[in-house]
Structures are given as C-alpha cells and as structure tokens.
Design a protein around this ligand. Structure first.
Ligand code: 5RP
Length: 215
C-alpha cells in the first residue's frame, strides 16, 4: 500500500508549477509528496501547511512555510483522504488535521487528492467520520449526532488537535447525502469542523498504481 501512496504522491508533482505557493495536507501519503516537493524547493515560493506534522517535514527539507493570511488564495492544494467516492467527495481527518485541511481546501483553486486504491468506496461512511469538537461540547455533540444520524460517536481519547480541540469518530454511517450531512453536522454548537469534504470536494483524484490513475 505504501508503494501505491508513493506513486500517487509523486504523480501530484505534475500539478506543481514554478513560483507557486503550494497547499500541503497531512498524513503518510502527503509525507511522500513533501519528500518529492523537496526537489522543487528553489522553484516554488513556499508552502502553506495543514498541520504541525507537515510543517516539521516541510521545514526539514528547507521548504518555507507561509501563513495563509499572508498568501491569499492558493493555486494548488495536495492532500490525502481516508475515503473517496466517485464524485470526489471525501472523508478526511484520520490524522486529526481536518479543520486546517478544510480551510486550505476552501482557499485553493485546485484540490488534488492522492490516495491508494483501498480508499475508493461506493458510499462514504465505512471509515468512521471524524468531527473536531470544542472540548466542553464533546458529550453534547455526541448525543446530538447519535440522535440525528443513528451513528455511534466514539471519543478519540488522548488526541488533541493542533487547534487544542478533541475528535469524535462517528461509526456505522452510510452517508447517502454527504452535502446535507456536512451542512447539518456543522450546525451543532461546539462542532469546529466535520471530516466530510462534500460541499468542496477534490477537483482531481490520483489513485496510486502502476501507472497512477488520474480521475
Ligand atoms: C489527515 C487526513 C489524511 O489525509 C488521511 O487520514 C489519509 O492519511 P494517509 O495518507 O496516512 O492514509 O485527512 O487528517
């Protein structure tokens, strides 16, 4: 599987252009992308990072990490996913970086998602849906999600996000209308963000393989 991740990540370099500021996601697939981006470090204007983990890896390669407030809109965002359907709608947040990932995806003109074939699904929801919550709202949000969806929220105990918040993973969902569910869960007070990327899906999906498949 790591071969497939690496092949997808390396193919995403095709979308990098001279002078660009590149949005960079989080996770093991993105780690391969950052390693490949290192060869471009003198040709790009820098990167905007979605996590402390990716920031450390970018800096270790000598790639400058910039503040999104200073860059304005980005031409390109490259990130992985936990699940991807045929409409390029995603579940993300397995690495707990969903909120910053969503912000960068929203700020970007083109979102290139890099996955291995195991991430492709007919219906989103087999992977437990991550929801970032303000700590004091954890049980309130969990009760509300159970009531609204019937899914089982499980606290990712011991994990604190880069924003100082907690994660609920919602099990046993079959998400037939991801746009509506994303909108509804976003309304619950205490929800910071939902790991459904349906309102703003990926623009391009690269599935790692020999050769990589570009969707
Ligand atoms: C992090 C994410 C990752 O993109 C997702 O978990 C996939 O990770 P990996 O590339 O390690 O399989 O959303 O919050």
């Amino acid at each position: 599987m790591s071969d497939a991740k690496k092949l997808a990540a390396e193919k995403a370099i095709d979308y990098v252009q001279d002078g660009m500021i590149v949005g960079v996601g989080t996770g093991s697939t993105v780690a391969y992308f950052i390693d490949a981006l290192a060869a471009w470090k003198d040709r790009i204007a820098g990167a905007v990072s979605s996590s402390e983990q990716s920031t450390a890896r970018l800096r270790a390669h000598g790639i400058e990490v910039l503040d999104l407030n200073a860059t304005g809109p980005l031409p390109l965002y490259v990130d992985g996913a936990d699940e991807c359907d045929r409409h390029k709608r995603l579940i993300k947040g397995g690495g707990a970086a969903l909120t910053r990932e969503k912000i960068i995806a929203e700020a970007s003109e083109r979102f290139v998602c890099i996955i291995d074939p195991s991430k492709q699904v007919e219906v989103l929801g087999r992977f437990p849906l991550p929801v970032e919550v303000i700590p004091m709202a954890r049980s309130l949000v969990a009760r509300e999600i159970l009531r609204m969806t019937g899914g089982q929220p499980v606290w990712r105990d011991g994990v604190i996000t880069d924003n100082g918040n907690w994660i609920l993973d919602v099990h046993n969902l079959a998400i037939t209308d991801p746009v509506a569910l994303e909108r509804e869960l976003n309304q619950i007070p205490g929800v910071v963000s939902v790991g459904l990327f349906a309102r703003r899906p990926a623009d391009v999906v690269i599935v790692g393989g020999q050769p990589p498949q570009v969707l």
